[in-house]
Design a protein around this ligand. Structure first.
Ligand code: PLP
Length: 426
């Protein structure tokens, strides 16, 4: 009764569109057959064929402690017998909101939702409701989930698929969405409600803001009465103890969270000052709701994860990421491939490019040369799982101990040499 990855993929494709529940998982942009995960622990995932991989996907950053961390699993196991959802408020929702408020200066109130998409969609509705303005400014290559008004020039899966938006999203839904190039101050006016930004862009590979860009954006927003929203679904509780605000010194008006704060269960959140959050129902006129919002298992997992993430944990994550980024740059560059391995805090990027990547155009040029797909497969054959698309970051976790990182680097040298040999270059 051993079924292979290929057999499961065939079976999946009969009953699930493309065989997957999120497009990037399909391997479309790298080719080949996805591995079906049977289990995961720490830095590793094991597929249905019993092959183990060093995993740098880590649920796109949700598993910052590594997979199946005992504290998180323990919290879920302890919570489950008390019931899995009630439709009434619970203590842990308060505790999780307090934990977020306690870590981030300027956050006074938090509303929990069930995904990053929901968090950003709701935050922007709130921004429009609070300002009475209609326009949203976003940056090219930044991904903010798959809500209609934000599916314009996105990164991640949207970029992977070469779509500028999506079928099924009418022009009217993006008519008030302005897409600006990252690292260039956008034009704002009295119709602009909000500027939404990934403070460190991590869905077009990893692209750091130019020095002073976020501060200049803050000033421009203030001049025009525009709210600034940090989409911290990746950077929140990863970039630093207090997220992007601590890292950049720039305080937004609205924050969106996801990934890390669920400890691997479905949680998102959006947050702001009590004043701005008071526009939200039931206090104010901006409607937002969710049957499973603040779910008891998800809040248990999220709280357990945040408890592990003290300041020492971020120092350790930085150290691990530095070891990985430096090692990969040397190993791949040493094999003769032009490579950029940017690192920002615990986030690592990987571009097969001659020069640092500063914009979505640069990122697209690097993604278009086919090197990522070749390297991805050369690594996967050696037991290292990178994200199956050139626009994703690498997510080393606290479970990526030095020996594992060093093994990754050694395998990357081999994989890069294979890519060079295949392409007949030196
Ligand atoms: C992942 C992501 C989202 C969407 O979150 P989901 O939980 O996948 O809906 C939004 N914004 C950013 C920056 C993300 O990385």
């Amino acid at each position: 009764m051993t079924a292979t990855n290929a057999e499961w993929f065939e079976r999946a494709k009969r009953v699930v569109p493309g065989g997957v529940n999120s497009p990037v998982r399909s391997f479309r942009s790298v080719g080949g057959t996805p591995y079906f995960v049977a289990s995961a622990e720490g830095a590793y995932v094991t597929d249905v064929e019993g092959r183990r991989y060093i995993d740098y996907v880590q649920s796109y950053g949700a598993s910052i402690l590594g997979h199946a961390h005992p504290a998180v699993i323990g919290a879920i196991v302890a919570a489950a017998p008390q019931g899995t959802t009630y439709g009434a408020p619970t203590e842990r929702e308060v505790l999780l909101a307090e934990a977020i408020v306690g870590r981030i200066d300027g956050v006074e109130q938090v509303r929990l939702v069930s995904s990053g998409t929901e968090a950003v969609m709701s935050a922007l509705r709130l921004a429009r409701g609070a300002t009475g303005r209609r326009k949203i400014v976003k940056f090219a290559g930044h991904y903010h989930g798959h809500s209609d008004s934000l599916l314009a020039a996105g990164g991640s899966g949207v970029a992977n698929q070469g779509l500028s938006g999506s079928a099924g999203v009418p022009d009217a839904a993006v008519a008030d969405t302005v897409v600006a190039p990252f690292n260039v101050l956008p034009d704002l006016d009295e119709d602009t409600a909000v500027v939404v930004v990934e403070p460190v862009a991590a869905n077009m590979g990893l692209v750091e803001p130019e020095p002073g860009f976020l501060a200049a954006l803050r000033r421009a927003c203030d001049e025009h009465g525009v709210l600034l929203c940090f989409d911290e679904v990746i950077t929140g509780f990863r970039l630093a103890y207090g997220g992007a605000e601590e890292w950049s010194g720039v305080r937004p008006d609205l924050w969106c969270f996801g990934k890390v704060i669920g400890g691997g269960l479905p949680v998102g959140a959006f947050a702001g000052s009590s004043e701005v959050m008071s526009h939200l129902a039931p206090l104010g006129p901006v409607y937002q709701a969710g049957t499973l919002s603040g779910n008891p298992l998800a809040t248990a997992a999220g709280l357990a994860a945040l408890e592990q993430l003290d300041r020492d944990a971020y120092r350790e994550l930085d150290r691990i990421a530095t070891r990985l980024a430096d090692g990969l740059a040397q190993a791949i560059g040493g094999a003769g491939l032009a490579v950029q391995v940017p690192r920002v805090g615990p986030l690592v990027g990987l571009f097969f490019a001659e020069a640092p990547v500063r914009s979505f155009d640069d990122a697209q040029a690097a993604a278009g040369n086919g090197r990522y797909a070749a390297f991805f497969h050369a690594m996967l054959r050696r037991g290292v799982a990178l994200a199956p698309g050139p626009y994703e970051a690498l997510f080393p976790s606290l479970a990526h101990h030095d020996a594992i990182v060093d093994e990754t680097v050694a395998l990357a040298a081999e994989a890069a040499a294979e890519v060079v040999a295949m392409s007949g270059e030196a």
